[in-house]
Design a protein around this ligand. Structure first.
Ligand SMILES: C[S@@+](CC[C@H](N)C(=O)[O-])C[C@H]1O[C@@H](n2cnc3c(N)ncnc32)[C@H](O)[C@@H]1O
Length: 274
């Protein structure tokens, strides 16, 4: 039997290491996530300077750039940043850690908005990391600046096991190679983490790769409290419609008022006094 290579580092991620594969696995040809973020920024009158934290392949940052904004995309993964610079030009791309960063826009000014999409915020696993992220956002933002984030909803897992009961299998072909991933999710109640084990196989003869990752299980009221503690006023907190909800968000849709389904969307404003 072929041995499975294990990535022990929590952040190691086949998709993060292979940005083109990431875009193939999670296609967003209509730039729904970028359009949703732009809609939030417009509805709340955000200024032009935007920081995309955990920008990944850069496709959302580039969409915001094409909408006329001055965008900085930041990520910890050099592979993601290289891909973003090559394939989604326009924004400035820099390496930074969500857990603590000190960033200004290319002109040296504070940002008008920080966006953090597709659960990037949940790579803050511990309370200290969450505090570090929110303190850094506050520092990076001008007074009145916005934080727009979209992520899994920890509350969804209260009383529901549908995502935990059985592994999910996904198969797709990219550049002539057939890939298959088997994903198992488990809740670590002590650490308040959703732990993911994913085994990749492909028909190119390479051995299977097992990767482990985790997201913080963040609850809506906990997020509300954290934001208030760090000097943010919550303007919206809801489970959809959004770019990864069922049904999907469409132009003109307004935010909902419940936080029950599996995605959480937040828009918060940095207060001037704290
Ligand atoms: C699920 S992807 C989302 C990417 C992008 N926001 C999107 O919506 O397509 C999460 C991203 O967070 C990045 N990331 C993980 N931990 C990080 C950290 N501590 N600091 C900065 N980026 C991090 C990963 O490299 C990856 O690009």
């Amino acid at each position: 039997m072929t041995p499975t290579r294990t990535r022990t580092e929590e952040s190691a991620n086949l998709l993060t290491d292979n940005p083109a594969l990431y875009e193939a696995r999670f296609p967003d040809p209509d730039r729904l996530a970028g359009r949703w973020a732009e809609d939030c920024l417009r509805r709340h009158g955000a200024g032009p300077r935007v920081l995309d934290m955990g920008c990944g392949t850069g496709r959302d940052a580039a969409h915001l750039h094409s909408a006329g904004r001055t965008v900085t995309g930041a990520d910890l993964s050099e592979a993601m940043l290289a891909h973003a610079r090559a394939h989604h030009p326009g924004p400035v791309y820099v390496r930074a850690d969500l857990h603590g960063f000190d960033l200004r826009d290319p002109g040296g000014a504070a940002f008008d908005a920080v966006v953090c999409l597709d659960s990037s915020l949940l790579y803050c696993h511990t309370n200290d990391q969450l505090d570090g992220f929110l303190a850094s956002c506050r520092h990076a933002l001008a007074p009145g600046g916005l934080l727009v984030a979209e992520m899994r909803n920890g509350a969804y897992f209260l009383g529901r096991t549908d995502l935990l009961d059985a592994p999910t299998v996904n198969a797709f072909t990219w550049q002539g190679t057939a890939y298959r991933s088997t994903t198992t999710l488990a809740v670590d109640r002590t650490a308040q983490l959703l732990r993911r084990t994913r085994v990749w196989t492909s028909d190119d003869g390479s051995p299977p790769v097992e990767q482990r990752s985790a997201w913080r299980l963040l609850f809506p009221q906990e997020l509300r409290h954290l934001l208030a503690t760090h000097g943010f006023e919550v303007l919206e907190l809801h489970d959809g419609p959004g770019p990864r909800t069922e049904p999907l968000w469409r132009e003109g849709d307004l935010p909902g008022h419940t936080t029950d389904a599996d995605r959480l969307h937040v828009v918060a404003r940095r207060t001037s006094s704290h």
